[in-house]
Ligand binder design. Structure first.
Ligand code: PLP
Ligand code: ZN
Length: 471
């Protein structure tokens, strides 16, 4: 594909998020940061010169068109709200066909009234996590600029998603960087099975991230991590689907686990734009949930007052915090491997989203995460540990009175239950050694909601006795 032409009057461009810089770049440029000041970039639209529906209901018309892959896609069904390339150039493998499910059992656990808690189940995506929403958009941009290789650093799900898009579409070759011993088998098995070139380096996610940025720059490989502004455009659609399922009513709260903070950043942008376009009349509040073992956002926002300040954040606070972290040799450590990140790449976009959505940040322990995960499994689909941080965080926010029991709350279940069977089995096991190895080592003392397998001799009478006793 030839190089696309971009003129000054193009209605879509990339722009530095720092208002005092505001540098712009064409969408034909591949960048993960502003070349003038180093800040993150947004994809920005001149809505007046684009065709935007005047009511969200318009999108419902696409439901009936099952023979059009762009209507089936839960991302591209909303193309008018992320129109950075024409629809016929967009890449889809059927992502975003996900569900919003009311879950009263889980609501009760969090202290919310019946009918007030919803779970947005992104585990239904083709690769089993929300990452596919962003990958379809990043892939679309990568093809647009003529890339032939795409890379990412990953705690697992980004690599699974990238590897899948490469294997299905054959548009690009996948290069994946992972840390040593920090990736769950569910996710690693996907990357390997889909045929990605997988490079395991000595270090954790933060190391792998730093390395992949260098390598992509050096070799001109397209980077699909969430520093890529186009990826976040795809992730906006998770919020459109939440609204769609609520008949276009804005919920009171969106609660999401925070790792690299791509989702929280994308959600804030989604609502900000909808409000600008007068397609919604109010903003929901946003709660981002860290694990205590990877709590940079919590520390910076809730303890050290790090704020977006309408575009003038005190960046020194973050730099100082990272210096302290390095000096103390502190590394992220949590069972919620998808959020085991101490240097979130979208930090500044996330604090902007927190400002837009009157947001809060909380942290929850691995024990709280695993208990919440068991509750989700028992009454609301099933998820991997990181996803359950949203439910554990909701419980905390209700207990402290920040969320009221009759408010309408949407928790994002970011990844599928089968992504990390090791954590799930360790939680429910009777094998103390296995429990200690996987969970005890992370400070989990007990599994309050364990559903233990019952050991019975292979004998009819004993088996029937056990069923009567436990059933
Ligand atoms: C990537 C991921 C997260 C973290 O999302 P960010 O956008 O990086 O904050 C949380 N849960 C799961 C399952 C993930 O794959
Ligand atoms: Zn800039």
């Amino acid at each position: 594909m030839g190089k696309p032409k971009i003129s000054q009057t193009d209605p879509v461009f990339q722009q530095c998020i720092s208002p005092s810089c505001g540098a712009t770049y064409g969408i034909d440029e591949v960048r993960v940061a502003c070349s003038k000041c180093g800040e993150l970039l947004d994809v920005v639209y001149d809505w007046d010169s684009l065709r935007v529906p005047n009511s969200l209901k318009t999108f419902e018309e696409k439901w009936s068109r099952r023979d059009d892959p762009y209507c089936v896609s839960g991302v591209w069904r909303f193309h008018e709200l992320l129109p950075f390339v024409p629809i016929r150039q967009c890449v889809t493998i059927g992502e975003g066909q996900t569900l919003l499910l009311p879950a009263d059992g889980v609501a009760e656990y969090t202290g919310l009234k019946p009918g007030r808690l919803y779970l947005q189940y992104e585990g239904l995506n083709p690769s089993g996590s929300f990452k596919d929403n962003g990958m379809s958009a990043a892939f679309t941009h990568a093809r647009f600029v003529g890339a032939t290789r795409a890379a990412c650093a990953s705690t697992g799900n980004t690599s699974a998603s990238l590897a899948l898009y490469c294997s299905v579409t054959k548009l690009m070759k996948a290069l994946i960087f992972i840390g040593s011993g920090k990736i769950s088998y569910g996710k690693l098995s996907q990357a390997l099975d889909f045929g990605a070139l997988t490079v395991q380096i000595n270090g954790d996610f933060d190391d792998a991230m730093a390395r992949v940025k260098q390598v992509s720059q050096e070799l001109g490989i397209y980077l699909v991590n969430s520093v890529n502004p186009f990826r976040l455009e795809g992730q906006k659609t998770i919020m459109y689907r939440v609204l769609e399922a609520l008949r276009w009513e804005v919920p009171d709260w969106i609660v999401v686990p925070g790792g690299n903070l791509g989702n929280s950043s994308a959600f804030g942008k989604a609502f900000y734009e909808l409000k600008q376009l007068a397609l919604i009349d109010r903003m929901p509040r946003l709660a981002v949930i860290n694990s205590t073992g990877a709590d940079t956002l919590y520390e910076l926002v809730e303890r050290r007052g790090f704020r977006w300040n309408h575009g003038s954040p005190e960046l020194d606070r973050a730099i100082l915090y990272y210096d302290e972290m390095d000096a103390a040799g502190r590394r992220a450590d949590t069972i919620a491997s998808a959020i085991e990140i101490n240097r979130p790449v979208n930090l500044n976009k996330c604090i902007r989203a927190l400002e837009w959505c009157d947001g809060v940040v909380r942290k929850v322990t691995d024990e709280q995460i695993m208990d919440a995960k068991a509750k989700v499994g028992a009454g609301g689909l099933g998820c991997e540990p990181a996803s359950a941080a949203s439910v554990a965080g909701t419980k905390l926010l209700v207990a402290e009175g920040t969320i009221e029991p009759d408010q309408r709350v949407v928790c994002i279940l970011t990844g599928h239950q089968l992504k990390d069977p090791t954590a799930t089995v360790a939680y429910h096991t009777t094998d103390q050694d296995q429990f200690n190895k996987v969970l005890g080592s992370r400070g989990v003392r007990r599994a309050a909601f364990a559903n233990r397998a019952v050991a019975v001799p292979n004998n009819m009478d004993e088996i029937i006795k056990a069923i009567r006793l436990y059933g």
